[in-house]
Ligand binder design. Structure first.
Ligand SMILES: [Zn+2]
Ligand SMILES: [Zn+2]
Length: 232
């Protein structure tokens, strides 16, 4: 799927510039893995490679993309089982928020909780800091959005409306907060203060299920409405 985006360059709005966006999800988790590429330079990123990693690798090859970074929204096992194959295929550094390192280092044990045999993924190469991550004509801004887990981040691809939120926010739902390190109040602050500040037009790509927009979730998400109503 090629998604037309409007790229803002020095105040001019250029129509028809294409950002390449591929999403795949497979059993058992149906967790979304993404390839995001720059049509002009063929540079790309892979987000959260899981059990669908081979499909993401195929998609990147089909578009002749040079994957520069493997970016993780968090380190729950469904989001990292494909890091090994992705790293072998692309020889790209793996990025994670430092606060999720304990999950990452216990990938095998996380798998056992689901009765799954999981191989320990290769080590994290870089912990996110404030710096944007550049690929082709785009920059990824990394927003720390804890609550579902301590090191959850949302990846904001500028200057496009595309926002990859991991398991923080879903179409009509929110991330679970009953896993270790989860916190409902912290999650709701991440959603309403960090994500909503990015604007109604942002297209939200959750870690599971269909896309949505900030506008949809701000105005219709029952969990968000209940939280906001509870605030003075
Ligand atoms: Zn998760
Ligand atoms: Zn997940």
């Amino acid at each position: 799927m090629q998604v037309p985006v409007r790229l803002q360059v020095r105040g001019y709005r250029l129509q028809g510039i294409l950002m390449i966006l591929e999403v795949r999800a497979v059993a058992p988790f149906y967790k979304n893995g993404f390839v995001v590429g720059c049509d002009r330079t063929r540079e790309a990123i892979v987000i959260d490679p899981g059990d669908e990693a081979e499909q993401l690798i195929d998609a990147a090859r089909r578009h002749s993309l040079n994957v520069k970074y493997i970016l993780l929204t968090h380190a729950h096992v469904d989001h990292i089982t494909g890091v090994g194959p992705a790293k072998s295929a692309f020889d790209a550094p793996v990025y994670l928020h430092r606060d999720d390192l304990p999950f990452y280092e216990h990938a095998v044990e996380q798998g056992q909780m689901f009765g799954l045999t999981v191989r320990q993924p290769p080590p994290v190469d870089v912990f996110y800091d404030e710096s944007p991550i550049r690929f082709g004509d785009y920059e990824v801004l990394v927003h720390h959005t804890p609550g579902h887990c301590p090191g959850g981040v949302c990846l904001d691809v500028t200057d496009t409306p595309h926002l990859f939120v991991g398991d923080t926010l879903f179409a009509g739902s929110i991330g679970r907060t009953d896993l270790p390190g989860g916190n409902y109040e912290v999650l709701m602050r991440s959603i309403t203060q960090v994500l909503f500040a990015l604007g109604d037009d942002a297209i939200v790509h959750p870690g599971h299920g269909p896309d949505t927009t900030i506008h949809n979730e701000r105005t219709r998400n029952p969990f968000v409405l209940e939280y906001l109503a509870s605030k003075p």
